[in-house]
Ligand binder design. Structure first.
Ligand code: SAM
Length: 275
């Protein structure tokens, strides 16, 4: 098997099939809880990169479209093509300038055109073919434009004290790996991956929103564990009582933990050499 997955890779399934099915009640709300925790950070970074009036943007794996909408309504970009393999949440939130496409980003030619901003958040970590997708997304950036990719970094591990939360997170990452092929271990390699894709002035940052009981982020993890519960149990790392205990811990005053971080990496497409 190749480093970027392929035949025989763990997780023969796809996002939205065994886990995170969009037709299962509450999936849009789950994505929105995550968005509430991370959108301000994402939008601030995009603005700092100069995203604004006149920009043609592509938002890949756009989910419920919160970033696409804020690009249009707050940053004043000219247009956003929002792509998702299941576009039901996007079509429910149509606004002027938003062009919704239902497509699979792993398919060649999934979208045509060139964009000044190409953005994907919490998508590539679920794709075993992430290397190929990074190259495809880089090819969609127009000269002088920017590719901005965000994914999760796992901050639970041997160096953090074991709690019900860390146990559940370990089972979740393993369960998602076994079912979807989700892998966050490569995410810290983003700067090098963007450089290898031909982008310049590459940089990255990590943000870790506080895990406060009752916050959208806590709701997001509790919902995520609920939806991935069968995959978590199948790892053998947790039983049902351990998942219940982790949900209780997340909502309690005892909760003292670091959430997963969001690593955002960006790189610029060189201007084409003038003749
Ligand atoms: C965790 S959600 C993130 C949504 C949004 N980007 C955000 O950060 O709020 C992942 C999204 O990627 C979409 N997705 C997963 N695999 C995809 C693929 N191969 N092609 C297009 N979209 C995909 C899912 O349908 C889902 O909407």
């Amino acid at each position: 098997m190749t480093a970027d997955g392929g035949a025989g890779a763990p997780g023969a399934g796809r996002y939205g099939e065994a886990v995170f099915r969009p037709d299962q009640g509450g999936e849009g709300e789950r994505i929105d809880f995550g968005a509430l925790a991370y959108d301000d950070i994402t939008v601030a970074r995009l603005r700092a990169l100069g995203v604004g009036p006149g920009w043609r943007c592509l938002d890949v794996g756009a989910g419920t479209g919160t970033v696409s909408l804020r690009l249009l309504q707050e940053c004043g970009v000219a247009s956003v093509v929002a792509v998702d393999r299941d576009a039901r949440f996007l079509t429910a939130r149509r606004v002027p300038g938003l062009d919704v496409r239902e497509a699979d980003v792993t398919t060649e030619g999934f979208v045509t055109g060139r964009f000044r901003l190409v953005h994907a958040r919490f998508v590539l970590m679920h794709l075993p073919e992430y290397r190929r997708v990074i190259a495809a997304l880089a090819a969609l950036v127009e000269p002088g434009g920017v590719l901005v990719l965000s994914d999760a970094v796992d901050l639970t591990g041997d160096r953090t004290p074991a709690t019900p939360y860390t146990t559940a997170m370990a089972a979740m990452w393993q369960g998602l790996r076994n079912t979807i092929g989700t892998d966050v271990t490569w995410v810290p390699s983003y700067p090098q991956l963007l450089r290898e894709a031909g982008l310049r002035s590459v940089a990255a940052e990590v943000h870790v929103p506080p895990l406060v009981p009752g916050s959208p982020l806590s709701r997001f993890w509790a919902d995520t564990w609920e939806r991935s519960r069968p995959a978590m149990l199948a790892t053998g790392l947790v039983d049902a009582a351990a998942v219940d205990e982790a949900v209780r811990y997340l909502g309690s005053a005892d909760c003292a933990a670091l959430s997963a971080g969001m690593l955002t990496a960006w790189g610029w497409k060189p201007e084409e050499a003038r003749p």
